[in-house]
Design a protein around this ligand. Structure first.
Ligand code: ADP
Length: 255
């Protein structure tokens, strides 16, 4: 996309030619388009659980629910409200990463210790899905923002459990290689078809909408990972095969 900055100036006496001053606005246009899409998606994603909540609440309020069904209806309201809370929290996390924010405190973060901590927090989900969790590697540190690194690793490890099979395995490995620290989060789960692999880091992109909804995902987890990686000048790679599993590799520079 180009924007014409001034009327063409044409020289006709000696040369046949015109000068047109144009500005390349492709990037600006793309950013604007993404912003519009994001707003449309956000309002859709917010409206869906809100409409369910008000629908169920209205039916209950009208006394149309038999007493034996009250628990089921209130359960649905509760799970939709949880979904809404997760969504709002993820939107806030993303917008905070979007800003050129200098309030974050840089510190040295030991990724192996962080992974062990997240593993403990994810044990209930893993036990429920019968997924075995593993954390392996070297005690290496990266310079970064603890809270963002925590959110990134949590989202990846959480996905490795969510998109796994009963009895599967999920893990984190931290390895130092020359001047790089390689953080890998792997699973023996359902895998991601090749044609979706480039897109899963986009906001609200899901391979299987209904499955993601069942698992309580917001569709923003990997966008947070991507923006967190950009913030830390880290590189992301994905290696995945359907029915075999997924590995997401983030390469940081050492301190
Ligand atoms: P969600 O909240 O839907 O999990 P994410 O942004 O975390 O959103 O992930 C986007 C999509 O990428 C998911 O809906 C899922 O289809 C796919 N995905 C992410 N991680 C994995 C994984 N480890 N295995 C298989 N599919 C995955």
């Amino acid at each position: 996309y180009y924007k014409i900055m001034a009327n063409p100036v044409c020289v006709e006496d000696t040369l046949n030619g015109c000068v047109i001053l144009m500005l390349d606005v492709t990037e600006k246009q793309r950013a604007e388009q993404m912003r519009k899409e994001f707003s449309a998606n956000v309002s859709h994603e917010l409206k869906t659980p809100l409409m369910s909540i008000s629908g169920y609440a209205e039916i209950m309020n009208n006394g149309l629910v038999k007493s034996e069904d009250v628990a089921e209806f209130s359960g649905r309201i509760y799970s939709e409200a949880t979904r809404l809370t997760n969504l709002v929290e993820d939107i806030i996390k993303l917008s905070r990463l979007d800003e050129d924010n200098k309030v974050f405190e840089q510190e040295e973060v030991n990724l192996l210790v962080l992974a062990e901590d997240i593993k403990e927090r994810l044990l209930p989900q893993a036990t429920k899905k019968n997924v075995e969790l593993r954390v392996l590697g070297e005690n290496v540190k990266v310079k970064g923002i603890r809270q963002i690194l925590d959110e990134m690793l949590f989202n990846l490890f959480d996905n490795a459990i969510k998109y796994n099979e009963d009895g599967g395995k999920a893990g984190v490995s931290v390895v130092k290689e020359n001047d790089k620290v390689i953080l890998s989060v792997w699973d023996t789960g359902i895998g991601i078809p090749k044609e979706h692999q480039d897109r899963i880091f986009e906001r609200f992109y899901r391979v299987d909408k209904s499955h993601s909804r069942e698992t309580g995902g917001t569709g923003l987890g990997l966008s947070i990972v991507k923006h967190g990686a950009i913030y830390h000048k880290a590189d992301i790679k994905i290696d995945s095969e359907v029915s075999r599993g997924t590995k997401i590799i983030i390469t940081f520079k050492t301190i």
